[in-house]
Design a protein around this ligand. Sequence first.
Ligand SMILES: [Zn+2]
Length: 160
Amino acid sequence: MQVAKKCAVAIDYKLTIDGGIVVDASEKGEPLWYLHGAGNIIPGLERALEGLSPGDKKTVTVSPEDGYGTYDKAKVHDVPRAQFPAGDYKVGDHIIATAPDGTEVPARISATNTKAITLDFNHELAGKTLTFDVNVSEVREATKDELKHGHVHGPGGHHH
Ligand SMILES: [Zn+2]
């Protein structure tokens, strides 16, 4: 069976950036299951897997636009230290910021000085070209429930 819309697909994958830095990978024997055509995985990768069969291997290069977006300087904010609870804040730390409307947004500290802490709200992979080494391990028809829910059920998928 080939990868097409309404299929449940299992892939082994390795994601690298910047010429070989591994940022994510599936565990051996535990492929990632996703529902093809449902937007479960990033668009550039989903498109590239269309038509592949179990056993097929492919290296897929995904541009930032089809991946986690371009890097947006407007998403970087200097926040006065007075707005933070007392503590030690280091570059590279991840924090959860609370927006004025109360929603929680993940951010990364990208700089600090005595007066302010710079928060970067870009996705960590924003602006990165992504390289996926993918191996299609299984393809099957999705069940009615899976189609209704928009995700794969069972081992490797969603549990209710
Ligand atoms: Zn479900």
